[in-house]
Design a protein around this ligand. Structure first.
Ligand code: ZN
Length: 178
C-alpha cells in the first residue's frame, strides 16, 4: 500500500499481448506467485505489473463456506462484472498489499463476471457468497482500489493479532490473503 501502481487503472491486455512471450511468462508465473505469498488470489498490479490480469484458486474445503464456493485455478483477463443480487454480505478481508491488517468489508453477494481466459477465450462466471467477495476484491486491484476504500466503518480495521484475539470467530477470508 502506498505504491502508485496499486492506485492506477491497469491497462487491458490485447490478443497480441497474449502471444507475447513476456506476457505469457507473467501469466504463467501468477499461480506460483500467488502460492508463494500464501494467497487464494493475486492481481498483477500487486507484483508491479499494471495490466488487467488476476488469478484465483479456491480449493474445496479450504474455506469454511463449503465446496459450492470452490473455484479451480482461474485466470481473469480484462474482467468486468455486474451485480446480480445487491444484498450485501460482510467478511473480514486481508490483502497481500496491506500486510498485517484485517478490515470488515460489505460487498454484493452475487455477481456475474465476463473475462478472457489465458488463451483469450471469452468466459462468464457467476460467483456467490464467499467467492463473490474474493472475485470483487481481486478485480478491485485492477482498477486502483484496495479493500480499505470499501470499508464503511474504519473502526472495523484491526491488526491481525488483535483480530485473532477479539474477532476470531467472525467470517473472514480465512488464513489467506488475496
Ligand atoms: Zn488484495
Amino acid at each position: 500500500m502506498g505504491h502508485p501502481v496499486l492506485r492506477q487503472t491497469a491497462r487491458k491486455l490485447t490478443r497480441e499481448d497474449l502471444a507475447n512471450p513476456e506476457i505469457r511468462a507473467l501469466i504463467h508465473d501468477m499461480r506460483e506467485n500467488m502460492q508463494q505469498y500464501g494467497g487464494i488470489g493475486l492481481a498483477a498490479p500487486q507484483i508491479g505489473e499494471s495490466v488487467q490480469l488476476a488469478v484465483i484458486e479456491l480449493e474445496a474445503g479450504k474455506n469454511r463456506y463449503g465446496s459450492e464456493d470452490a473455484l479451480p485455478y482461474t485466470v481473469f483477463i480484462n474482467p468486468e462484472f455486474e451485480v446480480i443480487d445487491v444484498t450485501e454480505q460482510g467478511f473480514w478481508e486481508g490483502c497481500l498489499s496491506v500486510p498485517g491488517l484485517r478490515g470488515y468489508v460489505e460487498r454484493p453477494r452475487h455477481i456475474r463476471v465476463k473475462y478472457w481466459d489465458e488463451n483469450g477465450v471469452e468466459k462468464t462466471l457467476e460467483a456467490k457468497n464467499f467467492l463473490a467477495t474474493v472475485v470483487q476484491h481481486e478485480l478491485d486491484h485492477l482498477f486502483g482500489h484496495l479493500y480499505v476504500d470499501r470499508m464503511k466503518d474504519t473502526r472495523l480495521l484491526s491488526f491481525q493479532e488483535e483480530f485473532q484475539q477479539f474477532y476470531g470467530q467472525a467470517p473472514t477470508l480465512d488464513e489467506d490473503n488475496v
